[in-house]
Design a protein around this ligand. Structure first.
Ligand code: AP5
Length: 191
């Protein structure tokens, strides 16, 4: 059972690539952003509470997403492994994931970090705003805030994982297909 983090700033292509990688390697794709948006779409109490935080581009509380991930891991039967997209986003979430996996005799096998220029991130997210109804893509200030929040709260995870020998940077510029080939190369080595 392998556990791989697909990591990178907003707009780096985590979601796009995770869907393709999950299919190719028969892994379960866990996206906390998608789980939270599903709560909002279903009009749950939790979704209502999280919606205003997300529309500002801030992070929801650690305990909310940690509980979501734990529930998904436990309810997924016969998985060959998990791809984490948008989780963890803080060092506290990373420690919680390590504990969770350790208790289930697993570990984080690799952290694949998509590296994309700032201007390209903004371009991709502004492009998606035209097509999707994600409120956090509609406003340039919110896009910039999400990138800032990533730098401040999420990027420190890279150093944490580097010390554990699982950090692997991946060029996230270019076509979706080229980036998919680069990521696949690293996942193949884990199997
Ligand atoms: P989340 O849903 O995780 O969003 P995000 O990290 O901001 O990431 P995005 O979905 O915007 O980008 P992505 O890297 O997946 O890129 P994508 O493939 O979509 O989180 C949303 C919010 O939920 C957070 O702000 C927070 O509030 C909350 N949240 C979620 N998880 C949390 C957690 N763990 N803790 C706390 N809060 C949490 O691509 C983007 C666009 O670019 C698409 O239109 C795509 O078609 C296009 N594209 C992709 N690749 C390429 C390419 N190579 N060339 C050109 N275009 C491309």
């Amino acid at each position: 059972m392998i556990n791989v983090l697909i990591f990178g700033p907003p707009g780096s292509g985590k979601g796009t690539q995770s869907v393709k990688l999950a299919e190719k390697f028969n892994l379960t794709h866990l996206s906390t952003g998608d789980m939270l948006r599903a709560e909002i779409a279903a009009g749950t109490k939790l979704g209502k509470k999280m919606s205003s935080i997300m529309s500002k581009g801030e992070l929801v509380p650690d305990e909310v997403v940690i509980a979501m991930i734990a529930a998904k891991i436990d309810s997924t039967k016969d998985a060959r492994g998990f791809l984490y997209d948008g989780f963890p986003r803080t060092v506290a979430q990373t420690r919680a994931l390590e504990r969770m996996l350790n208790e289930r005799r697993m570990k984080i096998d690799s952290m694949l970090v998509l590296e994309v220029d700032h201007d390209e991130l903004v371009k991709r997210l502004a492009g998606r705003a035209e097509l999707s109804d994600r409120p956090d893509d509609k406003d340039t200030e919110v896009i910039e805030n999400r990138i800032e929040v990533y730098k401040e709260k999420t990027e420190p995870i890279i150093n944490y994982c580097r010390k554990r020998g699982i950090y692997q940077p991946v060029d996230g510029m270019g076509t979706v297909e080229d980036i998919f080939v680069r990521l696949s190369y690293h996942i193949k080595k884990l199997k």
